[in-house]
Each structure stands twice: as C-alpha cells, then as structure tokens.
Design a binder for this molecule. Structure first.
Ligand code: NAG
Ligand code: NAG
Length: 236
C-alpha cells in the first residue's frame, strides 16, 4: 500500500523524464538525409568495409566516407566507386533531394534502378556503369532536368529506352552500352545527338543514331546477332 502511494507520486516525475527523453531523442537524431543513407547502407550486403564508419549516432552524414554536403548539411554528393559494394540500391536514395552527383560505378550492385531516383531533380550526374543492375530504365529519369551525364553502361538492363529521356536537354554524356536493351532509340529530343558509341553491345536496338532502321514492330529491320549495334545498315 505504502509502495503504491510512493509510485503514485513518482508518476509526474516519470512522465517528465519520458518527455525529456523524447525531446532529446529528436534533437540528437541524425538528419533525414542521414536516415536515407542508413537505408542505403542497410541494403548493401557486402563491401570492402568503406561503410564501416557510417555511424547512426552521428548528428549528420556529412563526414562519412564518400559523402559531401552543402552549407545546409544537405547531401549533394555520394561517390563510392570501386568498393566491392554488393546489394541493391535502396529506393530511399530518392529522398536525397539535393543530390547532385551519384557515382556508384564499378561495384557489384544488382536489383533494379530505383524509379525514386527520379525525385532527385538536382542531379547533374549518374554514374552506375559496371554493375549488375537489371530491369528497365525508369521513365521517371526524364524528370531529371539538370542531368548532364548519365552512364549506366555495362549492366544487365533490358527493355527499351524510355522516350522521356529525350526531355533531358542538358545531357551531354550518355552511355547505355553493353546491356540488353531493345527497340527504337527515341529520336525526338536530346537522344538524337548521341552516336553509336553510346549504344554499343545491346541486344536489339534500332534507330538513326546507330544506323539501323526500325521495322514496323519497333525492332531492327534486319535480324542481327545479339551484340551487333552496327548490323547491316538499312538507314538513309
Ligand atoms: C518518389 O518517386 C516515387 C516513384 O517514382 C513516388 O512514388 C514517390 O511518391 C516519390 N516521393 C516523393 C517524396 O516525391
Ligand atoms: C560507353 O561504354 C562503353 C563500354 O562500356 C565504351 O566502349 C564506350 O566508348 C563508351 N561510350 C562513350 C560515349 O563514352
């Protein structure tokens, strides 16, 4: 009974401790960009150890290896090429909406290209070449209006090249070579200015850019061996 009385008067104190704890927790928690990068880390199942010091107790991720921030401590740069990263690219990467450079080339990444990356509309460059990424190129990437460079060559991408990419008016470097892409290369928009060496080694692409005419079914008009981008040209 006495014990119960004591407990009762302790209650307000316990409550305020709890409240204090919640407030502190909030103040000490890592920034939302840090959260997004921790999700990125969680989807990586192997590496050379480069993510070891990405510590969730840090107030922000700005000192982490491969990460750079702007003055507002927003992540603008994620660069971890050649680090034996294996695993998939977390869709939470799309929450880094101040990201300018994404360079994860020459790793062992698999899974799909996250469509959510299309939300990172500040992106200038995407370097994802030399991985095992599959699925198709998300049409959402046509929203990346600041994009200047996109190299997704040497992966396992399939499907056709979305026509939305034609909207990327600032694009000056583009490489989708050595994938399994098929169908017509969009010719209305910026993709018309790229030539054969942006498209080499795909399954069945056609279009002016590679001098392969497309037939009515949207395929190359001559049957070709799997890796010939050049084929017997019937264009012109
Ligand atoms: C990001 O993109 C995905 C798919 O592209 C979409 O479903 C989602 O709502 C977007 N998130 C934000 C915050 O815009
Ligand atoms: C695209 O990548 C392939 C190899 O993956 C390379 O041979 C080619 O020169 C590159 N093209 C451009 C335009 O950089």
């Amino acid at each position: 009974m006495v014990y119960y009385q004591q407990l009762k008067c302790l209650r307000p104190m316990l409550l305020s401790i709890l409240l204090l704890y919640i407030v502190l927790q909030k103040a000490l928690a890592i920034t939302p960009d840090g959260e997004a990068l921790l999700s990125f880390k969680a989807a990586i199942v192997g590496s050379d150890g480069v993510l070891l010091h990405w510590n969730q107790e840090d107030p922000d991720p700005c000192g982490w290896k491969g990460v750079k921030c702007d003055a507002m401590k927003r992540v603008v740069f994620l660069s971890l090429p050649y680090h034996k990263l294996s695993g998939s690219i977390s869709p939470d990467i799309g929450k880094l909406n101040h990201l300018r450079i994404l360079a994860l080339h020459n790793n062992n990444l698999y899974g799909i290209l996250p469509p959510e990356l299309g939300n990172c509309t500040e992106l200038r460059a995407i370097y994802l070449q030399g991985n095992y990424l599959g699925g198709s190129i998300p049409a959402e990437y046509g929203d990346l209006s600041e994009l200047e460079s996109m190299d997704i060559s040497s992966n396992s991408l399939s499907g056709s090249i979305p026509s939305s990419l034609g909207k990327l008016t600032k694009l000056s470097t583009f490489n989708v070579s050595t994938n399994f892409l098929v169908g017509p290369i969009p010719s209305d928009g910026v993709l018309i200015k790229f030539i054969e060496n942006s498209f080499v080694g795909n399954l069945r692409l056609c279009g002016k850019q590679i001098n392969v005419a497309c037939n009515e079914r949207g395929g190359p008009s001559t049957s070709q061996s799997p890796d010939s981008g050049r084929g017997q040209s019937m264009w012109g």
